[in-house]
Design a protein around this ligand. Structure first.
Ligand code: SF4
Ligand code: SF4
Length: 167
């Protein structure tokens, strides 16, 4: 399905998650990079050397979850917008998802947006709890979304302005 629709299915993205024990221990990165392509800025960007591509630049990145602390530095370095950080321990009943954002306007911290899934369809309302705009992110913004904890791995984007916008 991924090859024909371009949208990762549950079995695709579930294979990218760390073990349950690690998911409950704090923020973790999710690399939704599914196909071999000549690309490796993620490997070079990680300050903790948690990502390995190796000799062949076409390799799919592998994450060492003992080294990844979910800092999110790699998110803005990925030209494919394929990297997310998920925190299932954020608050009682809520998780946080860090996503890359390369459109205008940039949503403000504290605003409410519609969170969407990999297919662009509405998933839930979300509060913007973080907006990272560091100079070294080269104008890719990283946005933190507070969402119900059971939806942290469904939410992978946003649309602005409420349910009637973005169609
Ligand atoms: S989230 Fe931070 S520690 Fe984890 S892979 Fe990305 S840069 Fe490395
Ligand atoms: S930078 Fe992004 S697209 Fe490139 S290999 Fe890493 S995760 Fe995949």
């Amino acid at each position: 399905m991924l090859k024909t629709t371009g949208v990762a299915q549950k079995e695709d993205w579930q294979a990218k998650l760390p073990p349950e024990e690690r998911r409950k221990a704090g923020p973790y990165v999710v690399y939704e990079c599914y196909q071999k392509i000549p690309c490796n800025p993620c490997e070079k960007s990680c300050p903790f050397k948690a990502v390995t591509i190796g000799e062949d630049i076409n390799n799919i990145p592998r994450v060492d979850y003992d080294l990844c602390n979910g800092c999110g530095v790699c998110i803005a370095r990925c030209p494919g917008l394929a990297i997310f950080v998920v925190d299932e321990t954020y608050a009682p009943g809520y998780g946080k998802v860090l996503i890359p954002w390369e459109y205008l306007p940039v949503p403000e911290k504290g605003s409410e947006v519609t969170a969407v899934g990999r297919d662009g369809k509405d998933v839930c309302r979300a509060e913007v709890v973080e907006v990272r705009t560091a100079r070294n992110q080269d104008r890719t913004v990283v946005i933190g979304l507070k969402v119900p904890v059971d939806l942290v791995n469904e939410v992978r984007g946003i649309k602005l302005g409420g349910e009637d916008n973005g169609r």
